[in-house]
Design a binder for this molecule. Structure first.
Ligand SMILES: [Zn+2]
Length: 204
């Protein structure tokens, strides 16, 4: 008896580097192509129709639509630096919102920053940046730059980090809350989205 049938076969016709949204860094990818094959005795012989193509990150193994390759690779490093500085600035502004530079708030901002970015920012350096922002009365406008390159998760992370800094002295002051909402808006979040993140944090 001749046994024939069809079978989906996944191949990797090409590889390269891309900005992985999950890893939030430059990673290697494989272009995965799934194609139906005509099989004879279970051996794929003749390629039939193409079922689909997707991009798989070799590190986190997440799968993406091909359009993920449209994200500029050369900006990936800049974007990471931009994000790190954005989250730091957001936290510093929240820290300054009630007019008092509280030690607990500085420590929280330092811990979160180092944890999120994998960097090693020491307290002295952070204090210098806080002083700089305070003295120059720097505004939040820089955060708008992050709007396009952050996914929802990234934006929520900025809000969460800001919230924890605000709560480090035990209370969420009115000015702090107003500022966190403002940060969310700069990142292009809706009121409902910001409130959703904040209320899930308050429940914890
Ligand atoms: Zn990845």
């Amino acid at each position: 008896m001749i046994i024939f049938g069809t079978k989906g076969v996944t191949t990797t016709p090409s590889t390269g580097e891309f900005h992985c949204p999950t890893c939030n860094s430059l990673q290697s990818y494989g272009l995965k192509r799934v194609r139906n094959f005509f099989t004879l005795y279970f051996i794929p012989l003749i390629p039939l129709n193409k079922i689909g193509e997707y991009i798989e990150c070799k590190k986190c193994r997440d799968a993406y639509n091909l359009s993920v390759l449209d994200m500029p690779v050369e900006n990936s490093v800049d974007m990471e630096a931009e994000y790190n500085s954005g989250i730091k600035k957001a936290m510093i502004h929240v820290l300054l919102a009630d007019g008092v530079i509280d030690d607990a708030e500085v420590k929280t901002a330092q811990d979160i920053y180092n944890k999120v970015t994998g960097n090693n920012l020491d307290a002295t350096k952070l204090r210098e940046e806080i002083d700089h922002i305070q003295m120059n009365n720097e505004k939040l406008s820089d955060l708008s730059k992050l709007q396009g390159c952050l996914n929802d998760e990234g934006k929520e992370l900025v809000i969460q980090a800001s919230y924890f800094v605000a709560m480090a002295d035990g209370d969420l002051h009115r000015e702090e809350l107003a500022l966190i909402v403002k940060i969310g808006k700069k990142l292009g979040m809706t009121d409902a989205h910001i409130n959703g993140v904040l209320s899930s944090l308050a429940e914890e």
